[in-house]
Write a protein that binds this ligand. Structure first.
Ligand code: NAP
Length: 417
């Protein structure tokens, strides 16, 4: 089955534009910078990609795991890939070469390669590419761009103070009789209506679930999202986010096209006594709300481990869910708020709070029942890793050994944008 390919033949790595949700994970993960994107598609440079597979496990949709056997001289260029709405079919190879490359090789290539690749402890990933051992098995990709699910809006309200610039909404979607099984930590894609500047349908935007697996309302087939209305780009220039504005403006009983669910690693442990350290900024609090609510609904069982939350926002009034969060019992969750623009206080980031709580963080890190989740701004990723490392090193311990174990055992997870 896996005869070596003739030198003229390339197993070309491609990204399926129909499934890709443009989350940028592959581009960030690729150790050789072979992946790039324009306003439309994510593409792989055939001259750079070495088939290392580092990008495959973190991809939430599997769109990254596509391969075509092509003549090297006819490899699909970046320009061709940028123009695709869908992947091209298999092109037959010349007969003399096809012998060395079995006809079903291309179809078999992704999964075969995925099994062979030593990806679980790939050093380029800050977090794990496997879930915790006791995580429930997730469903992924049940609904696609071609066959989305329809959900109905049953709630849409603001969860930050009205007079602040952070317009963050809690949006509840109900699936009625349509099966849409999810787990905390997973995300969904929303298809905004309309077309982009090129006249193509908008691609899906990804949002983490803010509700637990048994529904925003326990026992109902609904889920919630935390969505910030985007009104400026990363440089601070005015820009209207297509999907965030669409979602924030939805009214009750409006319908929404949904794809997914996505995600098979950023999942919570299920065993008794499992501790969660949750580190988030802004709307990155969505999965933390889902996990916390899962634990809250199980308090009576007495099987919960410890919950420790580090939550960063500009001000208290811009911190989503501030009111409900502060009502949670102190012996249920250890809350550490890091406010960066509160007039009366010095600037605080989540990593500052992690250092301040070093002794407690260290105790949790030392416990094999602890899983750590980081979600929010891309910029916090390096800072949080550094803070965790400092906590460990200052206690005279070896961070690289612990970091490696946390990744290998599916106990350290990042979801940052
Ligand atoms: P934000 O309000 O811009 O920032 C939240 C806090 O993080 C602020 O206090 C900010 O401080 C601070 N911060 C900035 N850079 C930091 C760094 N390097 N390290 C630590 N803290 C830092 O946040 P947001 O607009 O809500 O953004 C949240 C992010 O989560 C977005 O990137 C979003 O894409 C992502 N996300 C969202 C979802 C979802 O489902 N909605 C899911 C996953 C991830 P300053 O005062 O310095 O700005």
């Amino acid at each position: 089955m896996n005869a070596p390919l003739p030198p003229e033949v390339l197993k070309q790595h491609l990204i399926d534009p129909e499934i890709c949700i443009r989350c940028n994970t592959c581009e960030e993960t690729c150790p050789v910078d072979a992946i790039t994107h324009d306003g439309t598609n994510y593409v792989v440079d055939p001259g750079i990609c070495n088939g290392c597979m580092a990008c495959v496990p973190p991809c939430p949709t599997g769109s990254i795991d596509n391969w075509r056997l092509v003549l090297r001289s006819e490899a699909y260029s970046l320009q061709e890939q940028f123009g695709w709405d869908e992947l091209p079919g298999e092109k037959p190879l010349p007969e003399n070469l096809a012998d060395g490359a079995p006809a079903d090789d291309a179809a078999a290539a992704p999964s075969t390669a995925a099994v062979e690749a030593p990806v679980a402890s790939a050093p380029s990933l800050p977090g794990a590419s496997v879930p915790p051992w006791s995580a429930a098995h997730p469903y992924v990709n049940l609904y696609t761009h071609k066959a989305p699910a329809t959900a109905t809006v049953v709630g849409n309200y603001r969860v930050t103070d009205e007079d602040t610039g952070s317009d963050i909404h809690h949006i509840v979607l109900d699936f009625g009789n349509v099966p849409f099984p999810v787990l905390e930590g997973q995300s969904i894609g929303i298809l905004p209506p309309g077309t982009d500047a090129q006249g193509r349908p908008h691609h899906a935007r990804q949002y983490s679930l803010a509700s637990p697996r048994d529904g925003e309302r326990a026992g109902y087939n609904n889920l919630s999202l935390t969505v910030k209305r985007v009104t400026e780009d990363h440089q601070g220039r005015p820009a209207r986010g297509v999907c965030s504005n669409y979602l924030c403006d939805l009214a009750k009983n409006d319908t929404v096209q949904v794809i997914g669910p996505f995600g098979n690693t950023f999942l919570m442990p299920n065993h008794a006594g499992a501790n969660l350290v949750m580190i988030c900024t802004g709307t990155g609090s969505a999965p933390m709300r889902a996990m916390t609510e899962r634990y809250r609904r199980r308090i009576a069982r007495g099987t919960n481990g410890r919950l420790m939350l580090f939550f960063g926002a500009r001000t208290q009034r811009e911190l989503p869910y501030f009111g409900p969060l502060m009502k949670l019992p102190r012996d249920f969750i250890d809350i550490n708020l890091a406010l960066s623009r509160e007039a009366s206080q010095p600037r605080r980031y989540v990593q500052d709070m992690i250092r301040e709580r070093a002794a407690d963080v260290l105790a949790l890190l030392a416990d094999a029942n602890t899983c750590i989740y980081v979600c929010g701004l891309k910029g916090m990723e390096a800072g949080v890793l550094e803070a965790l490392r400092d906590v460990v090193v200052q206690a005279g311990q070896d961070w690289s050994i612990l970091h490696d174990a946390l990744r290998r055992e599916g106990r350290l997870h990042f979801e940052t944008y």
